[in-house]
Design a protein around this ligand. Structure first.
Ligand SMILES: [Zn+2]
Length: 487
């Protein structure tokens, strides 16, 4: 069995020295996390002592990792991989436009969405997933709403483009929860607009058929699973919500939905139903532990309470929310109410889960004019200091895994060997101690501190390099330059 021997392992909210992580390469699961003292590994004698003190050979599988701390792999709970291709292209506005906002950004995104061929979707997604792996992301919740061809016709296989995205994930090596999106209206009670034709879900039967087909096709792949995603209250009729939730519950799938990202969505929902979006979802029975509200940047205290009481997750995407001028997550209120907070890269403007983590805390500092605010509750130990780092790390690991209903997010026996090695020799971390390391990572360091990454025990990033990154980048560049030419 492969054994990793780092300086530190992050478990139970702190970095512990002297631990060895053993995993089974065949199953991709961690088989033991135990005292490294029991493990003897030198260049000349590679052996592992069992609990009784007897040594057994492990061949060359014991890997010393000096200068490294292991973290659970990051879980990116909300991604649209194809949007990687518009990074940098939306950061300007015509001088005669009085405003640039979410809605004008969306027009640019639609434009790119309409042009991508199935091969383009594969290449852009594969490169995006390689970039995620390099940033320490080992699981992704891919909120996939590109379904039809350029003319809005269904492909022979209605899930053609979902297959391309999944193929991209498999080739990159990342664990994926493909959140298959239901998209049927152009606004509340409005027909789809022409530029939304590639997203269209024709009817509930076709949607359920596609989801079931995807789940069956990848049932044997431990790295691929499927979930359900009504796009938003803008894009799914109210009477579709309950059946979608029933299907998710029946098949034990997560259910994700964009919620209250923009004030205009809230206003339209109130005008149509006399209810704000979270209130509507509560009325329709959607709020529970399998539900994740993506963004939820415009919610009232009453909606915070509903999400918390239901044990639902809010997936914050702070780098995207910052980029789009969406607003600030009520992280402190949500944590106090009992909601779980996960994190997503969403539009791929930035791919750095450490930055997503720190913005949850820093945005709240700016709003509240206080420091050290997203800390969770005290655990009864009066001497324990309150600090954001453990909760921020949990958002990007265990809470993300909970949101996607994946067994990832921790380094523990029986869980996937999805592991990130942090480079303790990186200049940004100079001066670290076991006590300050979590704060340095979550509040100061860039994703470049990620040195090595394993997914299901596969060593995919080796000293910051993915074996197919050159090939993936080359293919991505040709898609990108072709789109630029036609722009
Ligand atoms: Zn999104």
């Amino acid at each position: 069995m492969p054994v990793l021997l780092p300086d530190l392992v992050y478990r139970d909210r702190r970095f512990e020295p002297g631990l060895a992580v053993e995993y089974d390469a065949a199953t991709g699961l961690v088989t033991a996390v135990r005292e490294a003292e029991a493990v003897v590994a030198t260049p000349h004698s590679r052996s592992v002592a069992d609990a009784g003190g007897g040594a057994r050979e492990v061949g060359s599988d014991a890997v010393r990792l000096p200068g490294v701390a292991l973290l659970p792999g990051f879980v990116n709970a909300h991604s649209h991989a194809f949007q990687r291709v518009i990074r940098g292209r939306t950061q300007w506005r015509p001088a005669d436009d009085s405003i640039s906002d979410f809605w004008s950004w969306r027009d640019t995104m639609y434009d790119a969405a309409l042009r991508l061929t199935p091969d383009d979707v594969y290449h852009v997604s594969r490169f995006c997933f390689v970039e995620m792996l390099r940033a320490g992301i080992t699981s992704v919740g891919e909120f996939h709403y590109l379904h039809n061809d350029h003319d809005g016709r269904r492909y022979d296989d209605g899930a053609e483009l979902a297959h391309r995205v999944i193929a991209a994930a498999r080739d990159a090596g990342i664990r994926i929860r493909l959140l298959y999106v239901c998209y049927a209206t152009g606004g509340i009670g409005e027909p789809l607009r022409a530029e939304q034709r590639r997203f269209a879900t024709p009817d509930m039967d076709a949607f359920v058929g596609a989801v079931s087909g995807l789940a069956a096709r990848y049932a044997d792949d431990p790295l691929v699973s499927v979930g359900i995603a009504p796009h938003s209250v803008r894009a799914v009729a109210r009477d579709w919500l309950r059946p979608l939730h029933e299907h998710a519950a029946l098949h034990d799938m997560p259910l994700h939905m964009h919620v209250a990202e923009q004030p205009a969505e809230v206003e339209a929902c109130v005008a149509a139903f006399g209810l704000r979006p979270v209130e509507l979802l509560h009325e329709e029975g959607l709020l529970d532990e399998r539900f994740t509200a993506v963004h939820a940047t415009h919610i009232t205290s009453g909606e915070v309470a509903l999400l918390g009481a239901a044990g639902s997750t809010v997936c914050a995407c702070p780098t995207t929310e910052r980029d789009l001028g969406d607003g600030i997550l009520r992280a402190v209120d949500l944590v106090r109410a009992g909601a779980s907070i996960a994190l997503g890269s969403d539009s791929q403007t930035v791919l750095d889960m450490l930055e997503e983590m720190r913005l949850v805390e820093y945005h709240e500092r700016l709003r509240r004019l206080e420091r050290v605010v997203v800390t969770g509750a005290a655990d009864g130990d009066a001497h324990r200091r309150l600090e954001p780092a453990p909760l921020l790390l949990a958002m990007a690991t265990a809470a993300g895994a909970r949101s996607l209903r994946l067994p990832a997010g921790v380094i523990e026996q029986g869980h996937p060997a999805d592991i990130v090695a942090i480079d303790l020799e990186h200049p940004v971390l100079a001066g670290w101690t076991p006590d300050t390391l979590a704060a340095l990572l979550t509040l100061s360091a860039p994703a470049d501190v990620v040195r090595d990454v394993w997914v299901g025990g596969r060593h995919l990033i080796d000293r910051r390099i993915h074996a197919s990154q050159e090939d993936a980048m080359h293919a991505f560049r040709s898609v990108s330059s072709r789109l630029a030419e036609r722009a």
